[in-house]
Design a protein around this ligand. Structure first.
Ligand code: UD1
Length: 420
């Protein structure tokens, strides 16, 4: 197990390239098994633990997978699938593995997928995924911690999400692309990764319209073909660098970044004093004075992303004034705030709301990452802390950020990975 050692107080300067999006790559890799001929090539796939888990799962199903890490490219040939089972060992490592259910049902008419089990972000159920597949005509049973689903061929219909679910929308979409008839998804998630997946599927021959709007219409097609696709840039990694600049101060440029995916995030940073400039294929941010306070409420896209809430808690911890952060997407998502208190942050949490009175400097100490985004929030905070901060359980951060220490070092931060 590794830990990060950060000595805060250095301003950031320079240019960093944002990797391809993990949350877009995962469903796209699962969707690639929908092609029963040819080899799909997925480009700009980040080298992350969650991608390793996905590749392992695809191989267990019988797909031939080649991961060229030096080129960030994964090729998948799924002509001969030999299994329909996603075992607990993999789904428990990565909840998003549950998204293999839709492609397996569409391709093989059967799937046995472990339930994801406990998660550090509250209960996080998959009931909406299951309701959606029942609507598409699958019979679904639960046995010994597994979902066992079967169908002759899925059939189209109308499914209305009680609330927009990001991976739920993607899962149902992947199941519906080869269903008989037309599927309408109402109250669909609007996230850019959903749109990227729809573009991938449409290139494969699917007929999806309305991706990125609350109503998606999917006309079932008979078969899909293998294609070549480049994954969109990671908006959450980009948002993390923007917040790192806000806590550390300085001026940085992000390449391979789509500011249009970060509307609410950029607006909040501007409101609290950052100046930003949009560029072709990227953006710059300058934070030349202490940031001001802000209020945010997390909300499904295009609302403020819950995944960047811990980073903004770190920004608020050193801002000049009192900020309020309401979390409405996940319960139990203030783990980073509890650790920030150990660094001297003045945070009060009541129910789903954190009130943060900024302090001039945080104090470095030993803290623990409890999940990927909480860990990124702690790194963001450590850049503005006196002395040394040690961030343990950094493997959580590694599920979503490729060598975060190298990227931040290249911007001038004093950060090192060492064995714990
Ligand atoms: C995805 C993202 C994750 C992000 C989250 C919210 C991936 C791999 N993960 O997770 O990074 O934090 O969106 O933007 O893309 N819910 C139910 N029943 C369900 C499904 C969801 O009640 O069947 C609830 C959840 O508990 C949560 C809310 O709906 O409160 C939104 O969750 P959802 O959008 O499904 O999150 P994920 O897709 O799991």
């Amino acid at each position: 197990m590794d830990k990060l050692i950060v000595r805060g107080g250095r301003k950031l300067k320079g240019t960093v390239r944002v990797d391809g999006s993990k949350n877009a790559a995962l469903p796209i890799l699962f969707a690639s098994i929908l092609a029963d001929k040819g080899t799909s090539v997925i480009r700009d796939v980040p080298e992350l633990r969650d991608i390793r888990t996905t590749v392992d799962l695809l191989e267990i199903l019988g797909a031939k997978v080649k991961w060229d890490k030096s080129a960030n490219t994964i090729s998948i040939n799924a002509e001969n699938l030999t299994s329909h089972e996603a075992p607990y060992e993999l789904v428990s490592q990565m909840r998003a593995s549950f998204m293999v259910l839709g492609p397996l049902l569409a391709r093989l008419g059967k799937a046995k997928v472990s339930l994801p089990g406990g998660c550090s972000l509250g209960q996080r159920p998959v009931d909406l995924h299951i309701k959606g597949f029942r609507m598409l005509g699958a019979s679904i049973d639960e046995n010994a911690g597994y979902i066992i689903a079967e169908c002759d061929r899925l059939s189209g219909g109308t499914f209305c999400f009680d609330r927009p679910s990001h991976t739920g929308t993607e899962n149902i979409m992947m199941g519906a692309v080869t269903a008989t008839g037309t599927t309408t998804i109402i109250n669909a998630a609007l996230d850019p990764e959903v749109v990227d997946l729809a573009e991938f599927l449409n290139n494969m021959g699917a007929a999806i319209s309305g991706a990125g709007t609350p109503t998606m219409i999917i006309k079932g097609v008979k078969e899909l073909r293998a294609v070549d696709h480049t994954v969109m840039p990671d908006r959450l990694v980009a948002g993390t660098y923007l917040c790192a600049c806000a806590t550390a101060g300085g001026s940085i440029t992000l390449d391979n970044c789509r500011p249009q995916d970060l509307g609410m995030v950029i607006q909040k940073l501007q409101e609290s004093g950052a100046s930003t400039e949009m560029k072709n294929g990227g953006m710059s941010i300058t934070c030349d004075k202490r940031m001001g306070p802000f209020d945010i409420t997390t909300f499904p896209y295009p609302g403020f992303p819950t995944d960047l809430q811990p980073n903004f808690t770190a920004v608020a911890a050193v801002a000049d004034g009192v900020s309020r952060i309401r979390e409405t997407v996940f319960e139990d998502r203030f783990a980073a705030a509890m650790e920030l208190k150990r660094m001297g942050a003045n945070v009060t949490i009541s129910s789903n709301e954190a009130t943060i009175e900024g302090v001039e400097r945080l104090q470095g100490t030993s803290v623990m990452a409890s999940d990927i985004r909480a860990g990124a929030g702690l790194v963001t905070a450590a850049l503005a802390a006196d002395n040394e901060t040690q961030i343990r359980r950094i493997y959580h951060v590694d599920t979503g950020y490729h060598k975060i220490e190298e990227k931040l070092s290249s911007l001038g931060a004093d950060i090192q990975r060492v064995p714990d």
